[in-house]
Design a protein around this ligand. Structure first.
Ligand code: SAM
Length: 199
């Protein structure tokens, strides 16, 4: 196990039990972000870095019973919290690193990733792996239920231009990883970048 894995597992392991109660009002924001993926009945979607699975109920509602919802996370404690919350009924949980997904190439229509990208040790490599499992024309949503500036302020910091999620950095990062960014919103109440898998 790498140091990066251990760090993520310890960091989120310590936060898993009260993760949902710390952010009890985020549900509608997740549902709105999922709606922007434009999923149809029967679609196949991955929640990458699913945590406690807050996005799983809206993802399942979007794809219906005939669709596929898989959810990947590296931290066992987060997945255990997802099970306690009953979210495993909405999607299949996988204990795995998004760096090496146990999924076939081009097998999915979409990836939803909330709060993930800032935690990745190799963002370009990991976004390339996400692109591998999505069909050309499929979509990616990088979401956070708070904007960059508001999040930095909550932590007593300011945003910096070298932030991975700053538009001038994110657009080329996505382009070099198999994705074309189609929209970018960084508002107080949400961060949402959408991208399409290049053919
Ligand atoms: C900020 S939390 C967000 C959780 C959830 N998506 C949400 O919005 O509530 C980030 C999650 O990504 C997971 N994570 C971080 N790096 C990962 C990796 N390389 N592979 C899989 N999951 C990872 C963490 O374990 C954690 O659950």
């Amino acid at each position: 196990m790498s140091d990066d894995h251990t760090h993520v597992q310890e960091f989120f392991g310590a936060r898993a039990a009260d993760w949902d109660s710390r952010f009890p009002d985020d549900g509608p924001a997740y549902a709105a972000a999922v709606a922007e993926l434009g999923l149809h009945e029967g679609a196949r979607v991955l929640d990458a870095g699913c945590g406690t699975g807050r996005a799983l109920p809206p993802l399942r509602a979007a794809v219906g019973r005939s669709g596929l919802v898989v959810a990947a996370d590296l931290a066992p404690a987060m997945l255990q919290a997802a099970v306690r919350a009953g979210r495993d009924r909405a999607g299949r949980l996988l204990l795995t690193d998004v760096a090496a997904l146990p999924l076939r190439s081009r097998s999915l229509d979409a990836v939803f990733a909330a709060g993930l990208i800032s935690h990745l040790p190799d963002p370009a490599g990991n976004l390339t792996e996400l692109a591998r499992v999505v069909r050309p024309g499929g979509v990616l949503a990088l979401f956070h239920p708070i904007g960059r500036a508001a999040l930095a302020a909550r932590r007593g910091r300011r945003i910096t231009p070298d932030d991975l999620r700053a538009e001038p950095r994110l657009r080329p990062l996505l382009a070099g990883s198999g994705w074309r960014m189609t929209s970018y919103a960084d508002e107080d109440a949400r961060f949402l970048a959408l991208a399409v898998r290049e053919g």
